[in-house]
Design a protein around this ligand. Structure first.
Ligand code: HSE
Length: 297
């Protein structure tokens, strides 16, 4: 038997589109057992709509790894505990991919390194900003080169916690990427690259007073605001009440705020109320930054 725990992730962190992400203390679990027949059992809070046949993303990822290392696909049963809300901008598909790859690798005797697993995960997912923190933990920079992904953990023990306010509707990454323009003005490019640099500096050196500016974005957030009613106002509400920074989580619709523990409850409630005033019900999670990433239990 092999069991793996995989964290939820929040990508972009504002300006770091497709390259920054953080791992959060909300987990899916993947278990492989030897079996006479293939079967997938789903447990956890979010099982509805998840495939239990061989199109399942966790299973597909396992098969990709076994294929990569040249071993025959074994007959196994899977138990998948899904606690990360799907299609909400919290990295559920990356959790599935990373969970499948890490579990399959362990089942095969731990042949591949994390670095090698990261390359396969990125190939399957298409962008590395969720898969890198899901695999490695912490707040992570992932840089796609022509041939590989360079991943660096910027911070794995920050003095803030994360609020993830999850609106009660699905938004696919594909739909949320389709609203983005193919090119942006140079001034917006400069805006984003300067904020991304500031954000990285603020995270590494724990200068949290710069997170507010460092998490501003002109590349995707405003463009996606039409898909998430109340997004701009809710980001502002969090900042007004003292959040260090706030951003759309990944491609949305979840909204992320980085806060001190002392202010978490007040800010969380205000963000939920703000979405509510725009007609959205939401669920609030108060989470730590996961420092270890996918873990074989
Ligand atoms: N960087 C991605 C996006 C996040 O914003 O579309 C989903 O992987």
């Amino acid at each position: 038997m092999v069991s793996v725990r995989i964290p939820a992730t929040s990508a972009n962190l504002g300006p770091g589109f497709d390259c920054l992400g953080m791992a959060l203390s909300l987990y899916n679990f993947v278990q492989i057992d030897a079996s006479d027949s293939f079967e997938i059992t789903l447990t956890g809070d979010y099982s509805s709509g998840i495939a239990t046949d061989d199109s399942n993303l966790v299973w597909q990822s396992m098969c990709a790894l076994w294929n990569e290392i040249g071993i025959k696909t074994p007959t196994v049963s899977l138990t998948l505990e899904n606690n990360v809300p799907p299609t909400r901008g919290l990295g559920s598909s990356s959790a599935a991919i990373v969970g499948g790859l890490v579990a399959a690798n362990e089942y095969a005797g731990g042949v591949l390194s994390k670095q090698e697993i990261l390359q396969i995960a990125n190939r399957i997912e298409g962008h590395p900003d969720n898969v890198a923190p899901a695999l490695l933990g912490g707040i992570t920079l992932a840089v796609s080169t022509e041939t590989s992904v360079i991943a660096r953990i910027l911070q794995d023990n920050p003095r803030f916690i994360a609020l993830a306010i999850v609106p009660d509707f699905h938004l696919s990454t594909e739909k949320s990427r389709n609203v983005l323009p193919a090119s942006i003005p140079r001034t917006d490019a400069v805006f984003n690259l300067s904020r991304t640099a500031l954000l990285v500096e603020a995270l590494i050196h724990e200068n949290y007073e710069f997170l507010r500016e460092g998490m501003q974005d002109r590349l995707h957030q405003n463009q996606r605001a039409a898909l998430v009613p109340g997004l701009s106002e809710t980001l502002e509400v969090a900042l007004d009440l003292g959040a260090f920074g706030s951003a759309l989580s990944g491609s949305g619709p979840t909204i992320l705020a980085l806060v001190s523990s002392a202010k978490a409850s007040e800010i969380s409630q205000a963000m939920v109320d703000s979405l509510s005033s725009h007609g959205l019900t939401s669920k609030a999670y108060t989470l730590a930054i996961d420092s270890v990433g996918a873990t074989v239990l």
